[in-house]
Design a protein around this ligand. Structure first.
Ligand SMILES: NC(=O)c1ccc[n+]([C@@H]2O[C@H](COP(=O)([O-])OP(=O)(O)OC[C@H]3O[C@@H](n4cnc5c(N)ncnc54)[C@H](O)[C@@H]3O)[C@@H](O)[C@H]2O)c1
Length: 277
């Protein structure tokens, strides 16, 4: 049991399709004791049975836009566990209208919301929880390729992910002095609540499946297993990394595929058909 006697806080479970659920599950299987947060009362109803499933009674309110929630969270953790060994930040949000149409039309308000909820929340969460993080603790956040490359409709969330990935590097240096590590997983596209807000998400999923070296999409179980490694002492020399868990899609440049008769096809010849499936 790789995470036996380790305690972790998982921020960002909305339901059992959440990437954070996959991460919690993999950590639980390796013996971790878990605590969860919920953003509001309607999500609380979903998180309660999930916490029970993972043998946990520890669920705390955290809306990352509310400063007072961070302090209450820290005090609850202190009371219930003393200190924790790992922290999962699996939170992102941008107004729906900013994830469709053109990036140039992003309003200042949507830009600020995306940056506050999806990026600043990581910095604030770590700063507020530092007193309850154990020596050797590991932190993980979730990114997407749209932070490094143009992805259709990802728009302001791409800019937020670029800032998130840069924040991971700055935080890694400073946390290193305290013997705390931080990494990000850049996951391939997965059908979740958050993803349902992204325009043409079906196309993004299909494109990834057709063009990635492993010819499939990733599951939350696969992201969970990679996350478990990064959250555990197995990765004790790894920090500041953006680790792709995307069936290799990020390595691709130009890609031609072969059809069942061995005839070379290019993506634009297959795209239309697959999107109608
Ligand atoms: N689904 C994908 O294709 C994909 C791919 C790569 C990275 N990611 C990233 O994974 C992370 C988790 O997303 P997911 O796809 O599992 O979707 P999800 O909807 O299951 O999780 C998003 C979480 O963010 C939380 N959240 C939103 N606003 C919040 C706030 N103000 N305070 C606290 N929590 C708040 C939601 O409650 C939810 O639990 C996000 O950072 C997302 O960008 C997702």
């Amino acid at each position: 049991m790789i995470l036996k006697d380790k305690v972790g806080l998982v921020v960002g479970v909305a339901n059992n399709k959440s990437i954070a659920y996959g991460i919690a599950s993999a950590c639980y299987e390796q013996g971790a004791k878990l605590a969860f947060t919920y953003v509001n009362d309607s999500i609380k109803k979903r998180v309660e049975p999930i916490a029970t499933e993972f043998g946990s009674k520890n669920i705390y309110e955290l809306d990352v836009s509310k400063k007072e929630h961070f302090e209450a969270l820290r005090e609850s953790i202190k009371k219930d566990f003393g200190k924790i060994d790992f922290l999962v930040h699996s939170v992102a949000f941008a107004p729906r209208e900013a994830l469709d149409g053109e990036f140039i039309d992003t309003s200042k308000e949507a830009f600020n919301i995306a940056m506050e909820i999806s990026v600043y929340s990581l910095i604030e969460l770590i700063r507020e929880l530092l007193p309850v993080l154990n020596d050797g603790a590991s932190i993980l956040t979730l990114s997407y390729l749209g932070g490094a490359k143009y992805i259709t409709h990802y728009n302001v969330m791409g800019v937020a992910k670029a800032a998130l990935e840069s924040s991971v590097r700055y935080l890694a240096y400073e946390l290193g002095k305290r013997n705390i590590r931080i990494n990000a997983i850049s996951a391939g596209p997965i059908r979740t609540l958050a993803a349902s807000g992204i325009g043409d998400f079906r196309l993004i999923l299909k494109w990834n499946e057709v063009n990635s070296p492993l010819k499939k999409n990733v599951s939350i179980e696969e992201v969970g297993n990679s996350a478990m490694y990064l959250l555990s002492p197995l990765s004790s020399a790894v920090t500041g990394e953006i680790h792709y868990v995307d069936n290799g899609y990020n390595i691709m440049g130009i890609c031609a595929t072969e059809d069942k008769d061995g005839k070379v096809q290019v993506a634009w010849e297959t795209k239309g058909k697959e999107n109608k499936e």
